[in-house]
Design a protein around this ligand. Structure first.
Ligand SMILES: C[S@@+](CC[C@H](N)C(=O)[O-])C[C@H]1O[C@@H](n2cnc3c(N)ncnc32)[C@H](O)[C@@H]1O
Length: 285
């Protein structure tokens, strides 16, 4: 992915200024901080206006098992879940620096419900539709075919890059598959990334996964960082899981705070980061 110009004059906030109260279970690496804690309590300990990106891929409240928590931990009453998300979104707006970006990934029904809360504090930029293969239909609905990745900024964006991606080509003949109205030779070096991402494949096969539970494809977090990343800036992910967003931040010379309440996940992220430090690169970094 190549990028058009982004950087704006700006001074990074050092890690010593990230926390109001430091969480107990914190691992400090040179590249960032990894915290085992509940998302909301850990977020409340972060100082206001320190994050350049807040990336949120929350549990979907579908009764999934994460780490050692029982499935019922991911099955709250609907109002309690909505309140939890609302509090997380308000905290996200608080910790974002002016010009920073919030990304919120969810199913469209929940994404729509969060719009009033988000719009009260932040400026809408994009509803990115991420193609979903094999969605299951529920009740009287059409087949779901996309997830929503909402992108909001705190005022005018400090960084907003339009990444270029390779045009899709036929696996057999190598020709560009879309009709660019006679301009296909001009898109060989890349086409502008749009707000419709239909080239994202789910991480299904065990050999590409870091854990049994779902992982967000690296392509999604890499693109979010490519769009809104700032050199030496801070990305905060409070549902870090396997830490893909933190890895994408690190690969783009950003720092990160990665939080997850499951120790099995935070240990995995620490291992992943230490592996990167040792080998200086990973296939997905
Ligand atoms: C949908 S997954 C995120 C997956 C992650 N984006 C990845 O690619 O691996 C949600 C994560 O949130 C964590 N989680 C659930 N409830 C939490 C809470 N209240 N506080 C912190 N983490 C929580 C789960 O352990 C799980 O790893």
């Amino acid at each position: 992915m190549s990028r058009a110009k982004v950087e704006i004059d700006w001074r990074p906030i050092p890690p010593s200024k990230w926390w109001m109260h430091q969480p107990e279970r914190i691992k400090k690496l040179r590249s960032g901080h990894i915290v085992t804690d509940d998302a909301l309590s850990a977020m409340k300990a972060i100082r206001a206006e320190v994050a350049d990106i807040v990336f949120l891929d929350p549990p979907f409240n579908l009764g999934k098992r994460y780490g050692n928590s029982p499935p019922r931990a991911d099955k709250q009453q609907r109002p309690a879940y909505a309140d939890f998300l609302r509090s997380i979104l308000l905290e996200s707006a608080r910790v974002l620096r002016p010009g920073g970006s919030l990304f919120f990934y969810h199913i469209p029904k929940v994404a729509v419900a969060t719009l009033p809360d988000l719009s009260a504090h932040l400026s809408f930029r994009h509803w990115i539709a991420i193609g979903m293969k094999n969605g299951f239909v529920r009740n009287n609905n059409l087949y779901p075919a996309h997830y929503a990745l909402l992108h909001y900024t705190k005022g005018e964006p400090r960084a907003l890059t339009r990444p270029k991606i390779q045009p899709s080509t036929c696996p057999h003949c190598g020709e560009v598959t879309r009709d660019y109205g006679g301009y296909s030779e001009h898109v060989i070096d890349g086409v502008n990334l749009s707000d419709f991402w239909d080239d994202v494949s789910p991480v299904r096969h065990g050999k590409y996964k870091y854990r049994k539970e779902n992982e967000l494809p690296m392509l999604v977090v890499k693109r979010a960082v490519a769009i809104a990343g700032i050199r030496s800036g801070l990305l905060v992910d409070v549902f870090a899981g396997t830490g893909g967003a933190a890895v994408a931040a690190r690969s783009n010379n950003m720092r990160y705070i990665a939080i997850d309440r499951e120790e099995s996940n935070t240990e995995l992220i620490i291992d992943r980061m230490q592996h990167i430090t040792k080998h200086r690169k990973t296939p997905d970094a």
